[in-house]
Design a binder for this molecule. Structure first.
Ligand code: DGL
Length: 274
């Protein structure tokens, strides 16, 4: 028996945890942000796999039978290897879920024009995970991608509401929209990006639906637990939330409030001991 683990490279996963907690408040949650080694977005496959696996193992050691990778970059570059190669050896009875599948499963039900835009980190875009997964569910949907490498640093430095952010919001929106006039659905495929939602909507032409993942992932987790009573019964339900970071807890707590919408008090986990 244990809590649900929620992992992200840093703060972004808190936008997902916030929606999961709203949808499923009864469970216990342990959040782990690998802030000391974030951002993951421009890192290579092996590094992202190594870091993500270390953090997943840590959450297992802390008692979590189930871990959600609330990070697109980790979901794109590490999830499949962890599920198929690592889990059978290290913890065959535990489960790790990601954020890409729940998003791609429903994107085709939103678009009318069958043209969808994905905004994400370099790592997620180069993995081609979104086009590959969307093609499985909706082969007729055309997928356009744009990496937005300046958005995570803007958000991590709390500059996302300032005037300077408009330049980079507009730059990447112009780039993705110049790929086609027919795009009607824009997926924020990075868990940080919901913090830029206000500015994104300001700069976006009317008629384009913007999808943030938090609620989608939360509903999908609820559905997963419904379909997997053997896992659901292993989750403790006392409504606690614990927050952990590999960097300075004081800095984490300040920033976390912006992403989670509530004050948090985190503990430090040393990345060197993962
Ligand atoms: N939160 C990560 C994601 O969803 C991006 C942050 C990073 O680059 O580490 O892709």
């Amino acid at each position: 028996m244990g809590p649900i683990g929620v992992f992200d490279s840093g703060y972004g996963g808190l936008t997902v945890l916030k929606e999961i907690v709203a949808e499923l408040p009864q469970y216990d949650y342990i959040y782990l942000g690998d802030n000391a080694r974030a951002p993951y977005g421009n890192r290579g496959f092996d590094t992202i796999h190594t870091y993500t696996l270390q953090c997943v193992k840590k959450l297992f050691d802390m008692g979590c039978p189930l871990v959600v990778l609330a990070c697109n970059t980790a979901s794109a570059k590490a999830l499949r290897t962890i599920q198929q190669k690592d889990l059978p050896h290290i913890a065959p009875d535990k489960r790790v879920l990601g954020v890409i599948r729940p998003t791609t499963e429903m994107v085709g039900t939103i678009t009318q024009s069958n043209e969808v835009a994905i905004l994400a980190t370099n790592g997620t875009v180069s993995s081609q995970s979104y086009p590959i997964e969307i093609a499985k569910f909706f082969p007729d949907v055309k997928v356009f991608q744009q990496a937005c490498p300046m958005w995570v640093p803007l958000i991590e430095n709390n500059e996302h509401e300032n005037e300077g952010a408009d330049y980079f919001v507009k730059e990447y929106l112009d780039k993705i929209l110049s790929q086609s006039n027919n795009i009607d659905t824009l997926v924020l495929a990075c868990t940080h990006y919901p913090l830029l939602l206000r500015k994104i909507k300001q700069h976006l032409p009317a008629g384009i639906t913007v999808l943030a993942q938090g609620k989608i992932v939360a509903r999908s987790l609820k559905d997963y637990l419904h379909r997997h009573p053997e896992m659901e019964q292993r989750l403790t339900k006392t409504g606690t939330r614990s927050f952990n970071t590999t960097d300075d807890p004081g800095i984490f707590d300040q920033m976390a409030e912006i992403f989670f919408g509530q004050k948090v008090a985190s503990a430090k986990i040393d990345a060197d001991h993962l």
